[in-house]
Design a protein around this ligand. Structure first.
Ligand SMILES: *Cc1c(COP(=O)(O)O)cnc(C)c1O
Length: 360
């Protein structure tokens, strides 16, 4: 068996220990004679799985008691609709557009109310995060929306926007659990798990309790109403049981790694290895402004499309998978999530050095 170094942006690499444990439990989960995929979501076995997953996530992120944690389906994109449906009381929302995911959320919300773009970095192909310290937040905005880490472009907010008292709603899909966050700085934060946590199909929303009400937009589907899910403890219908089980294992793995402070240190170290190389290379260049660089998604280019293609092809042959940049951006992108070992980044840089020398 040969595992590759998988730099995919998502679905992405998972910790090998977690995969091995899941494999060992596949036929007989803890003596119950069946796999987690085959058991009732109402069984005591599964109740323990989802309750422990929530408890471990709460511990890792230090989630205050007045926030609910919901394990939902439909991916992050489903929340693009759920958010306006649950939060638009005035039918107004402000958006900061820093990439395609923020834009898609904006487009979806625009179907339900008046949406304003109060800042954007589209003028420079989303290669930076706009200054959000003093924006013209709409007086009647129900919330201000951001995508905190821009998976495709490789930028990340280093300070959250000043929302001037309005609610802050944030998509943390590609930076969640990579470092500690202060949950009470947000009113709603959510993440599709397939970037840095688990298998696609699960989205976790962490929502301040008082925002979960019956006062939702008319026509909101029962399933998209947060209150339905909160009242049923994420078991209104059959949840994505197996995905939640793997997420729970990843939470335990993160705790065993020393929690989010320790992950931050490891991630900073990995990112530094790659960015330091890019900064001195004559062939490879990072594509975003230094101050706004993401620790998780690192796009880079040679400036020559043929050379980019050659690099992607040869890197794949050498055991580095999924380094091709997003189809809308081109070039390369290395996603170096929690489960990417430091060794993978070190070896990638060695490979890049050699490629640069060979293709001078
Ligand atoms: C991948 C991604 C999404 C979309 O996730 P789906 O689960 O496919 O809907 C949304 N936001 C961010 C930041 C992402 O990286």
């Amino acid at each position: 068996m040969a595992r590759v170094y998988n730099f995919s942006a998502g679905p992405a690499v998972l910790p090998e220990d977690v995969l091995k444990e899941a494999a060992a439990e596949m036929l007989d989960y803890k003596g119950c004679g069946m796999s987690v995929m085959e058991m009732s979501h109402r069984s005591p076995m599964f109740a323990q799985i989802i309750e422990e997953a929530e408890a471990d996530l709460r511990e890792l992120m230090n989630i205050p008691d007045n926030y609910k944690v919901l394990f939902l389906q439909g991916g992050a994109s489903q929340q693009f609709s759920a958010i306006p449906m649950n939060l638009m009381k005035n039918k107004v929302a402000d958006f900061i557009i820093t990439g395609q995911w923020a834009k898609k959320a904006y487009q979806e919300a625009s179907r339900y109310g008046k949406t304003n773009i109060i800042a954007s970095s589209e003028d420079k192909t989303f290669s930076y995060i706009p200054d959000c310290s003093d924006l013209e937040v709409s007086e009647d905005a129900d919330y201000v929306y951001i995508c905190e880490n821009n998976t495709i472009y490789g930028t990340k907010y280093k300070t959250l926007p000043n929302t001037k008292g309005k609610l802050l709603v944030a998509d943390l899909s590609s930076c969640i659990l990579s470092e500690p966050v202060n949950v009470s700085d947000y009113d709603v934060l959510y993440f599709g798990v397939q970037k840095n946590v688990g298998p696609a199909g699960v989205v976790v929303s962490i929502i301040r309790e008082d925002l979960i009400t019956d006062d939702v937009l008319e026509g909101t589907p029962t399933m998209l109403k947060w209150k339905t899910q909160a009242d049923a403890k994420s078991l209104y219908n059959t949840p994505p049981c197996y995905g939640i089980y793997i997420c729970g294992k990843v939470f335990k793995w993160l705790k065993a790694q020393g929690g989010l402070e320790a992950m931050k240190e490891k991630n900073e170290e990995k990112a530094k290895i790659l960015y330091d190389f890019l900064d001195q290379s004559e062939m490879f260049k990072g594509t975003v402004v230094k101050e706004d660089r993401s620790m998780m998604n690192v796009p880079f280019i040679t400036g020559n499309d043929d050379l980019d293609a050659k690099f992607v092809k040869e890197s794949k042959a050498a055991g580095f998978e999924n380094l091709k940049g997003h189809r809308t951006v081109g070039g390369m992108r290395a996603s170096i999530y929690n489960a990417m070992p430091k060794e993978g980044v070190v070896k990638l840089v060695e490979f890049m050095k050699k490629f640069e020398a060979d293709n001078k």
